[in-house]
Design a binder for this molecule. Structure first.
Ligand code: CO
Ligand code: ZN
Length: 334
């Protein structure tokens, strides 16, 4: 599982440019799928049909987003310095001194204009990418080219660190649950969605197309277990987070209770999650068509949207266990 997570997080695929990651995911899931399809926005839809169709069969959409935050070239100046427009939530405090890699393989380092407030993060319009060019002529990238953070995956005991843990760790949980799910009464659509980081766009169209009875997003959630963090309950190593609320959605309380009951019955540790900001594909599923009961299982993650996002391996394993336990039995929402 760690080897696959390394491959997933070391693949470059910012929102709207998910080709490389889709290829990798497709190679993993193709042998496990009853049906496989790519929709118009590029989401990869993998169907696992019910082992024995019955009245208890529900159409369930599992959403894990494949895209990651990134940068797009907006201007190259006369000395070859590259300005960019962020793709998703790129923050000045994290880009400083960082490295990026363009989809054409070009690497760059992030520099910044003269900025006297050294104790503050520079705003993104004071930041540029230096790709080693001296003029627009010898600059290996042009307006519209796309890059992502460049940082290798590392293991620190039980803690795993990489760029784009958001949401390749969710992608991993979906793949591993699909791999281990021996039988299910449900018609399950594992959807590897696109363009989440720019406003849950891929999940919006794929949820419309699938028209599920129930939706579960798999994503990261910021851990608040570091010094002077926001007052929230989520911590590394305490189990999958069952989302109750974030800024984008109120999880359906019946879905929350079903997840909690299932975790307790199967002795899987879990955490109750109220996130003070942010959102996931659950929002898109919940408001699809005439509405869908939806919830989210999150993996607590430190330093979200930095090039070094950290998760705990046991949380990843327990998230897989919880998802399997949810999918293998009939569902009674009460
Ligand atoms: Co994100
Ligand atoms: Zn995410």
């Amino acid at each position: 599982m760690k080897k696959l997570l390394k491959q997933l997080t070391e693949t470059f695929a910012p929102s709207g440019y998910e080709d490389e990651i889709r290829k990798l995911v497709r190679a993993e899931v193709e042998p496990l799928a009853d049906e496989i399809q790519v929709d118009a926005l590029g989401s990869l839809i993998v169907r696992k049909k019910p082992t024995k169709p019955s009245k208890a069969s529900k159409k369930i959409m599992i959403a894990a987003h494949m895209d990651e935050i990134g940068l797009m070239v907006s201007h190259v100046d006369e000395r070859g310095f590259v300005r960019f427009s962020p793709i998703g939530g790129v923050f000045g405090k994290y880009v400083h001194g960082g490295r990026v890699r363009f989809l054409n393989g070009v690497q760059g380092v992030i520099g910044y204009d003269r900025f006297d407030k050294t104790h503050e993060a520079p705003p993104l319009d004071k930041v540029f990418i230096d790709v080693g060019a001296t003029s627009p002529k010898d600059c290996p990238v042009k307006v519209g080219d796309v890059a992502a953070f460049d940082r290798p995956f590392i293991e620190m005991g039980d803690r795993l660190v990489a760029k784009s843990m958001d949401d390749r760790v969710g992608v991993l949980v979906a793949i591993e649950a699909l791999r281990a799910l021996q039988s299910t009464p449900h018609d399950v659509y594992f959807v590897f969605t696109t363009q989440e980081e720019v406003g849950v766009r891929g999940a919006t169209t794929s949820a419309f197309g699938i028209d599920p009875d129930l939706g579960i997003a798999l994503d990261v959630t910021p851990a608040a277990d570091t010094p002077d963090a926001a007052k929230m309950a989520m911590a590394l190593g305490k189990g999958p987070c069952i989302k109750i609320k974030d800024a984008g959605a109120l999880s359906d309380p019946r879905v929350v209770q079903w997840m909690i009951r299932t975790a307790e019955k199967n002795n899987i540790p879990y955490q109750r999650e109220v996130l003070l900001f942010g959102g996931t594909d659950a929002r898109a599923m919940q408001s699809a068509r005439a509405g869908v009961p939806a919830g989210c299982i999150s993996v607590a993650t430190r330093y979200v949207h930095s090039p070094s996002e950290m998760v705990d391996y046991a949380d990843v394993q327990n998230s897989v266990k919880l998802l399997i336990a949810l999918l293998r039995a009939p569902i009674d929402l009460e």
